[in-house]
Design a binder for this molecule. Structure first.
Ligand code: PEP
Ligand code: MG
Length: 746
């Protein structure tokens, strides 16, 4: 026994395992070498390593010393099956003097395993993640003892780290090999189930952002072609910028300025010219210089510079497209579905401006605001995890469905046809939106106000077309987020004025800045918060930054002169916060008065109910404020402690959770008791299945994304308010989400 323990100490030397890893060609080879070493040092007749395949939920015999080598890869056990599966499931060592007499023991078929009496298995665990089981066996009964179990557990722990790292590194090598072989593409990749981020569907040619397309021009291009391409690029960008100033004035001011500056920069184009003069093909010269800029920008400690990476790539692509100008090429993204990694809000606007059909975003999750913005721009977006998508060859047909969160590569004809038909049905539904009355009515004659949530000025026209009763939520942070900067009072004033004018006297609720959390501006001090969802966000940010807050309030009061101006504060958690915000409004009104500037001296002031504390304080908040509005997107997040942007817990983000329904009823009861209006402006308002509950608790104003207005009118018209009241009473008494689902048909 002591002989073994000395040797075990040797195995415990991490260097030996690390050295083994270096010599191994892949993970299986490494594990096979590890099994031999463990068997040798433990003087055990058999050593086996089982690795857990999380997708298949099976333990697979991956390496073995001492049994029939053919068993490797073939023996598969469920967690809990046999002694090995039990050690895995219980996450405990199992030590047996005579395992072959234990009825739980499962012999490996095709081996003489029955003759091995002594058995010792320890789980291989990395952190909280079970990775597999390490097993030793010997024909001598009672061969292993507790010391061996401890030693084997130590080895398993070291193996765990190495296995985990090996998986990562070898995965990385595989990925590099895959991207080196990008032309071949992921031929087996046809259907991807991702997450839906922005509705609608798009069909077009695949373009992976940042990868220059492979096809060669019909004739070799020259320096003269490059100069022409440069000029063409500059005038296209100037035109694009002009069009944006008209279409998206609020967010697009100088949005292509970085592109324009670069294309004019003689250093940037000069480097390309020099390379071409030295014999490099113009396409290659563009790719080389762009690659170098991308490398420098990406590595910059300055967030503002890192932001420009996508701009340089975009510019590079445009230059190359212009070099090849012909009937089959367009400099923009018309007819293209883009595949990209992480993008910023401004990138989304730029890609939409360049007529991208849709976007497949890979990895990294999507902030709530990137998807809200994409929806406002009517750009379908699907988020997927599979990084092999980066290797989809340029030009390959691709179809994405932003409602279902799915993507199809090389979609079959009949599928493309089905989606085209769906588009026609949608267009018809939108046309019908124009016929919606200003106020919706239930079967029994209760009136319900249907308002629009908007984020961009361009949505005002659609809101009018849909006959929205007003704007229930204008997310004022969007121009800030897209421009990645704070806007001056005057710029804000112009935007707010256009919204009020555009709505022609119908009410508009302006929400003050909701930045922080996952709605970040680059390069501002609070980006380093460890827990931004609970950090300096929304009203907390505004109250901490008085000058910024005052600029916004002044702009709102000025824009709202003579109008029905309503201002709402996000993420309020106490009466004091609301009182301080109200005081800031009063101060700004006094200052404007003293300066003799026309303004609205007493707008209606509201509170968003989106944190549990606001529900608790709903009575006091309703007493102080002029109106309440439930922000269910955040209320669900904070009540259930589930990040609304984290796909790993998206199944726990249950909007119809009993806690959410009860909280909403309490807030609504409080507002009604105080005679104050209460609305709902979170996404829940557009779910027809929730409608009986919402109307049943007494909510009479719903604010939804513009295009959901017609469907909401239709759903309201099919409901009896007195039935809804009875249903809501029953729902708030239910203690399980499952019962609520059954009652609502969720
Ligand atoms: C909400 O939280 O429900 C809401 C409407 O605001 P946002 O989605 O912008 O956080
Ligand atoms: Mg919110």
């Amino acid at each position: 026994m002591s002989r073994r323990k000395d040797n075990v100490a040797l195995v415990c030397d991490i260097g030996e395992l690390a050295g083994l890893f270096e010599k191994s060609v892949n993970l299986d080879d490494f594990l096979q070498n590890a099994a031999s070493i463990v068997a040798y040092h433990m003087k055990a007749a058999v050593c086996s390593i089982y690795i857990y395949d999380a997708e298949e939920r099976m333990l697979i015999l991956t390496a073995n010393q001492g049994l029939n080598p053919d068993a490797v890869g073939r023996v598969r056990l469920k967690p809990g099956e046999g002694l090995v599966g039990t050690a895995f499931e219980w996450q405990r060592p199992i030590l047996e003097a005579r395992a072959n007499r234990n009825p739980r023991f499962k012999f490996v078929p095709g081996t003489d395993e029955e003759r091995y009496e002594a058995f010792l298995a320890v789980p291989i665990v990395r952190g909280l993640a079970p990775l597999g089981v390490l097993v030793v066996q010997d024909p001598v009964p009672d061969y292993f003892d507790d010391n061996d179990a401890r030693a084997l557990a130590t080895i398993a722990a070291q193996l765990a780290t190495t296995i985990d790292n090996a998986k990562l590194l070898m995965g990385l090598r595989d990925r590099q090999a895959a991207s080196a072989d990008a032309d071949a593409g992921p031929s087996d990749l046809r259907y991807i189930k991702g997450a839906a981020a922005s509705g609608g569907h798009a069909h077009g040619r695949a373009v992976v952002l940042g990868v220059f397309e492979e096809q060669r021009p019909s004739r070799p291009s020259t320096l003269a072609d490059f100069r022409r391409a440069l000029e063409r690029t500059e005038s296209q960008l100037a035109e694009l910028q002009r069009a944006m100033e008209e279409r998206l004035a609020d967010v697009a001011s100088m949005i292509f300025s970085a592109h324009l500056l670069m294309v004019k920069d003689t250093e940037f184009s000069g480097q390309m010219t020099a390379l071409i003069e030295n014999g490099l093909a113009p396409e290659a010269a563009v790719a080389k210089v762009v690659g170098e800029y991308v490398r420098i920008f990406s590595a910059s400690p300055n967030a503002r510079l890192r932001e420009k990476v996508q701009d340089v790539r975009d510019l590079g692509r445009r230059l190359v497209q212009n070099l090849r100008e012909g009937p089959e090429t367009t400099p923009d993204y018309r007819g293209c579905v883009l595949i990209a990694g992480e993008l910023m809000a401004s990138d989304i606007v730029k890609l939409a401006a360049q007529r991208a059909e849709g976007l497949l975003l890979i990895g990294g999750g999507v902030t709530a605001h990137v998807s809200i913005l994409a929806r406002s721009l009517r750009l379908p977006v699907v988020v997927a995890e599979d990084r092999r998508l980066f290797a989809v060859p340029a030009g390959r047909p691709i179809l994405i469905d932003g409602d279902q969160g799915t993507a199809f590569i090389d979609p079959p004809e009949d599928l493309v046809r089905k989606y085209a038909e769906l588009s026609a049905v949608r267009a018809e539904a939108e046309r019908l939106g124009a016929e919606c009355p200003e106020v919706a009515t239930t079967i029994d004659g209760e009136r319900v106000h249907v308002f629009a949530n908007i984020n961009l000025l361009s949505e005002i026209a659609v809101a009018r077309k849909m006959n929205a009763g007003g704007i229930g939520l204008y997310r004022s942070e969007f121009p800030f987020l897209v421009r990645n900067d704070f806007l001056a009072e005057e710029e804000q004033y112009l935007i707010y004025r256009r919204i009020l004018d555009g709505m022609g006297g119908r009410p508009v609720v302006f929400r003050t800045l909701d930045i922080g959390g996952d709605k970040m501006l680059a390069d501002y001090p609070w980006v380093h918060e460890a827990n931004p969802a609970l950090g300096l966000r929304a009203i907390r940010f505004s109250l901490r930054n008085e000058a910024t807050f005052a600029q916004q309030i002044r702009a709102l009061l000025r824009a709202g002169a003579g109008a029905d101006l309503r201002i709402m504060f996000p993420l309020v958690a106490s009466v004091e916060e609301f009182a301080r915000a109200r005081e800031a409004v009063a101060r700004c009104a006094r200052d404007l008065g003293a300066e003799g500037i026309d303004h609205n001296p007493c707008p209606r002031l509201g509170v968003m109910v989106e944190v549990p504390a606001a529900v608790e304080m709903a009575d006091e908040l309703a007493r102080e404020a002029d109106f309440l509005s439930i922000g269910s997107n955040d209320l669900v997040q904070y009540l259930l402690a589930v990040d609304r942007t984290n796909e790993h817990v998206s199944d726990l983000y249950v909007a119809h959770h009993p806690a959410v329904l009860r909280a909403m009823k309490r807030a609504t009861d409080a507002a009604i008791a105080r005679g104050k209006p209460i609305s709902l402006c979170g996404q829940m308002a557009s779910d027809p299945r929730m409608l009986p509950f919402l109307l049943g608790i007494g909510i009479r104003t719903l604010s939804v994304e513009v295009r959901q207005i017609p469907a909401l009118h239709k759903a309201i018209a099919a409901i009896r308010a007195d039935d809804a009241r009875r249903k809501a009473d029953a729902l708030v008494r239910m203690g399980r989400a499952g019962d609520i689902e059954a009652a609502l048909g969720v």
